[in-house]
Design a protein around this ligand. Structure first.
Ligand SMILES: Nc1nc2c(c(=O)[nH]1)N[C@H]1C(S)=C(S)[C@@H](COP(=O)(O)OP(=O)(O)OC[C@H]3O[C@@H](n4cnc5c(=O)[nH]c(N)nc54)[C@H](O)[C@@H]3O)O[C@H]1N2
Ligand SMILES: Nc1nc2c(c(=O)[nH]1)N[C@H]1C(S)=C(S)[C@@H](COP(=O)(O)OP(=O)(O)OC[C@H]3O[C@@H](n4cnc5c(=O)[nH]c(N)nc54)[C@H](O)[C@@H]3O)O[C@H]1N2
Ligand SMILES: [Mo]
Length: 627
């Protein structure tokens, strides 16, 4: 398994995938298999693009934002500046989130002396829809239903259309089936699954219909579900109803996590052979790349559990801590014949390792990277599909640290038979040579559309944009049109049996401002008012009372599925919180032992991290142990 975690540069990632393929494998799982894979599966089907369609200046032109399942204040604080300026123009921002997240409610710009001094704040969300986790399909169906039925009425009365009929006609396919489905859903079902009222969904529909240019921004609240792919398709459906893709100020914006997770995909980090330019690689490097489908992250986990996996190489990341099914995975992991980790910081996965283990410390992005050809720069691609350069500024922590490209080159040289077409040493000595190779493999992204070479364009302020056909209303889908897709169900998780309904809560795993994924920096969550511990479970007051519990009490959480495996976490503190009934929240990665490996999206295989059925039980004093 050749794992990557979304940090490695375009140069290191390109070398890594080539190393894997020359070795003879497509087993290239990466962190995005647990993250935006649902976008990578849904967006190509819906709009024929693997990435979002928003550029930075679209924020200046938009006149409404739908903001779903993304916690901007914690996860992408730089984007608060865009949201602030949008909000200051009086543009409505409609948030769909089970929690009232601080950064989505209001924002004080730390870089604005007047705001800091006066303590003044900008209101971010104009409308806050506290839906149930897993309820987005129902909520957006409600919005779509209101729009479609208003349009039906307008047509019957000869009034002005509510939908963009011309766009739908010219650019899309599947509208009738989608409209039928929307008309067919009863409000009562949409209310039950979304947790929103009909009035709220109709209000959101009015906001949407009033705006000429709507943007949909979303994150893990949509992708990390069993129906994560349908969630994303549903957002596209909504955008298509009024032609909100392919015009300035409108479009769809998946907010990515790691700094280069989108870019890694761009340069061939994928387990899916159809997504890599294999013919091109074959020609460029004179070899026969494997054509079979490799393992993504959860398949790799299954392979570790079954003993099929013999070696795991990680270019960054903390795999064992990030994946579901912690208990079984940790046990199986120790039986792996070989693990190799290239890392900037020590973590759990370095302590839990295979029988033979190599730990290879590397330079971080901020450190000066001196090679034979002088100090080196790398490039990365951001969520808004711009590719830009990055150069280390600080002295390396140790003279013995090597760079990622150097380490990948040395591993490849030591592992593979020599190949006259790949000069690993030349690449590791001068990364501009890797960039030339990247541009050769992907001319349509890194060469053909540009007046100046990649090498120079990456230093433009903001970098250079890769072409996104959907922005130009060119739909690279099977039908050549943007596609309405009818989701299979209304709820994105697993519905509990009727008899269990009163007892089972849907758990979403959350991040605090004091962590970056599996790196925990502190035990406070200042935005959510939690101090000194991360072992909390956020619950609705009504649920706490109904289950006979008390705020502050210690409980255990147990996964409420019937597969014969006992999954529990102990010593959790009940924390009364403004969260819809039937839902609860607790931190990642502490709760990963609760997530069954099979609890994942069928098509994207992203784990259902945002809705896992659990039972909450009072813990006996004996079970609690020392605090
Ligand atoms: N400080 C910090 N920054 C980070 C990270 C970090 O760990 N810490 N991680 C990075 C990475 S890899 C990623 S992918 C991003 C993740 O950033 P986000 O996409 O913001 O992901 P989360 O913080 O997991 O949760 C997102 C939000 O979804 C909401 N939510 C949960 N379930 C649902 C649902 O069913 N529907 C809706 N509509 N909302 C729901 C939660 O209340 C939460 O506000 O952040 C990146 N940036
Ligand atoms: N329950 C639950 N589980 C989740 C999630 C969730 O919301 N809930 N979110 C999922 C998501 S979105 C993601 S992206 C994954 C994250 O999964 P990973 O990406 O595997 O985990 P990280 O914690 O980001 O990895 C951190 C480690 O990467 C190394 N590192 C950091 N920077 C660099 C670098 O520049 N180079 C190298 N070589 N190493 C570096 C350091 O050693 C650090 O300890 O977790 C997933 N797991
Ligand atoms: Mo992520």
């Amino acid at each position: 398994m050749f794992y990557t975690s979304g940090r490695a540069s375009l140069e290191a990632s390109y070398m890594w995938q080539l190393f894997a393929r020359l070795y003879g494998t497509n087993h290239l799982p990466d962190s995005s298999n647990m993250c935006h894979e649902s976008s990578s599966v849904a967006l190509p089907k819906s709009i024929g693009s693997s990435v979002g369609t928003i550029f930075l200046d679209d924020f200046e032109h938009t006149d409404c934002i739908f903001y779903l399942g993304q916690n901007v204040g914690t996860s992408s604080p730089r984007m608060l500046h865009q949201l602030q300026s949008v909000a200051e123009r009086g543009v409505p921002i409609a948030v769909f989130n089970p929690l009232k997240e601080r950064g989505l409610e209001r924002f004080t710009d730390p870089q604005s002396p007047t705001e800091m001094l006066s303590g003044s704040e900008t209101r971010i969300a104009s409308h806050y829809y506290q839906l149930k986790n897993g309820g987005d399909i129902a909520a957006l169906f409600g919005v779509a239903k209101a729009l479609i039925e208003a349009d039906d009425a307008a047509q019957a009365q000869g009034g002005a259309r509510v939908l963009d009929a011309e766009f739908i006609d010219q650019h899309t396919q599947g509208f009738e089936a989608f409209a039928e489905a929307a008309r067919g859903h009863e409000w009562i079902a949409l209310e039950r699954h979304s947790g929103l009222s009909r009035t709220e969904m109709e209000e959101a529909a009015r906001l949407y219909a009033k705006a000429e240019r709507v943007m949909a921004v979303y994150g893990m609240g949509l992708t990390q579900h069993r129906a994560g792919v349908d969630n994303v398709a549903m957002v596209c459906n909504l955008m298509l109803l009024r032609g909100n893709i392919g015009k300035p100020g409108a479009g769809i914006c998946p907010v990515r996590g790691h700094s280069n997770v989108q870019g890694q995909r761009t340069v061939g980090i994928t387990e899916k052979p159809e997504l890599a330019p294999l013919d091109k690689l074959a020609e460029q490097y004179g070899f026969a790349p494997p054509r079979w489908k490799g393992h993504g992250t959860t398949d790799a986990c299954e392979g570790v559990l079954s003993g099929e996996v013999k070696g795991f190489l990680g270019l960054g990341g903390n795999f064992i801590r990030a994946v579901p099914e912690t208990a079984a995975m940790e046990e199986a992991w120790r039986r792996l014949p070989l693990t190799v980790q290239v890392a900037t910081k020590l973590n759990r996965n370095h302590v839990i390792h295979g029988r033979v283990a190599y730990l290879l410390p590397c330079l971080g992005r901020i450190e000066i990277d001196e090679q034979r050809g002088g100090p080196q720069a790398v490039s990365v691609e951001d969520s808004l599909a711009h590719i830009h350069g990055s150069r280390g500024q600080t002295a390396p922590a140790s003279p013995h640290l090597r760079s990622e490209p150097r380490i990948v080159a040395e591993l490849a040289k030591a592992t593979l038979a020599p190949n006259e077409h790949v000069d690993w040493d030349a690449w590791a000595g001068d990364y501009s040579k890797v960039r030339l190779a990247i541009a050769e493999t992907y001319p349509e992204i890194f060469r053909d559309h540009m007046a100046e070479p990649y090498e120079r364009a990456m230093w433009r302020p903001g970098g250079f944009a890769r072409p996104i056909p959907a922005r130009l209303r060119q739909w690279e889908t099977e039908s050549g049109k943007a596609q309405f897709i009818v989701p299979a169900g209304l709820f994105a998780g697993i519905e509990p049996e009727e008899a269990d309904r009163a007892e089972v809560l849907q758990l979403m795993t959350l991040r605090s401002n004091d962590q970056f994924n599996t790196s925990i920096y502190g035990l406070h969550d200042r935005f959510r008012g939690v101090k000194g511990t991360r072992r909390v479970v956020f619950m609705n007051r009504g649920d706490i009372a109904r289950l006979g519990l008390a705020d502050g009490e210690t409980v255990s959480l147990a996964t409420a599925v019937d597969d014969g495996v006992k999954r529990e976490v102990h010593g959790m503190r009940v924390t009364a919180y403004d969260i819809p009934p039937g839902c609860c929240g607790a931190y990642y990665p502490e709760c990963n032992p609760l997530i069954p490996l099979w609890h994942r999206a069928e098509d994207s295989k992203v784990p259902g991290f945002k809705a896992t059925p659990v039972r909450v039980r009072r813990e006996s004093a004996a079970a609690q142990g020392p605090a």
